[in-house]
Write a protein that binds this ligand. Structure first.
Ligand SMILES: Cc1cc2nc3c(=O)[nH]c(=O)nc-3n(C[C@H](O)[C@H](O)[C@H](O)COP(=O)(O)O)c2cc1C
Length: 227
């Protein structure tokens, strides 16, 4: 320590100060309560960290024949023999009730051009509202399920429900569930099949990040696995 309480390191050369500053930044790394509110964070960042997440744009039909459409980013492909998918609902919503009642749903691929339509279909509306109309998209008949696919979507998977898995809920009175299903038929618009492969970059797939953010898959590169 120098006179007047001045720390000696303040006089040290700039390269040494830069090492100290880098070390200080490392110390700033933080743990936070995943289910709480950290004072340093404006919003919970976990959805922004586990990103991008594919969007399950789920179409279903109710027992009374009303078509429903809604996005679910707790969605993924979970098996390949047979191909299986899941979506999870935070609170039981119309897509869940329709999947329970009919045992079926369709996953529709959201391309960048359908971002606004997808977002419109996320509105909370009465079960009697046809959400294809709400989103402004067209119904196309499916092959193996009653629920229609979105005609404008470049790809779709028809799915038959296998299991409903109740999930924990930390919110009193809210029931969360995962719906697991087997793909019974798959569809791709002709122009997105190039040299026998699905043209992922051309499909401009929309994916969910955290906060209000999204991304588009527009850069694709191959990486061969080691033996
Ligand atoms: C991109 C996006 C992803 C969403 N992901 C989920 C999700 O994974 N689980 C969920 O319960 N709600 C999710 N939501 C909210 C639902 O889409 C919303 O509650 C919708 O009204 C549910 O519609 P439904 O009652 O017709 O099923 C998401 C919304 C958006 C815009």
């Amino acid at each position: 320590m120098l006179p007047f309480g001045i720390p000696r390191w303040l006089l040290c050369p700039s390269w040494f100060r830069s090492i100290l500053e880098t070390a200080a930044k490392v110390v700033v790394a933080m743990y936070f309560d995943p289910n709480g509110k950290a004072p340093e964070l404006a919003y919970n960042p976990i959805k922004a960290m586990v990103a991008p997440r594919p969007i399950g744009w789920i179409s279903t039909v109710s027992a009374t024949g009303i078509c429903n459409l809604a996005p679910y980013s707790f969605f993924n492909l979970i098996a390949d023999a047979p191909f299986m998918v899941m979506f999870a609902t935070s609170g039981h919503k119309d897509s869940f009730f329709n999947a329970v009642a009919s045992g079926e749903f369709v996953w529709n691929l959201v391309g960048e051009d359908l971002a606004d339509a997808m977002n419109r279909s996320a509105a909370t509306v009465e079960a009697g509202v046809d959400e294809f109309d709400l989103a402004g998209v067209t119904k196309a008949a499916s092959q193996t399920v009653k629920a229609p696919r979105v005609a404008e979507a470049v790809a779709a998977l028809e799915c038959k429900v296998d299991q409903f898995v109740p999930l924990k809920s930390s919110i009193e009175g809210r029931h969360n569930s995962m719906v697991i299903a087997t793909v019974s038929s798959a569809f791709i618009q002709d122009e997105f099949v190039v040299n026998g492969r699905f043209d992922t970059a051309a499909a401009k797939i929309l994916a969910r990040l955290g906060y209000a953010d999204y991304t588009v898959v527009d850069r694709v590169f191959p990486l061969q696995r080691p033996n």
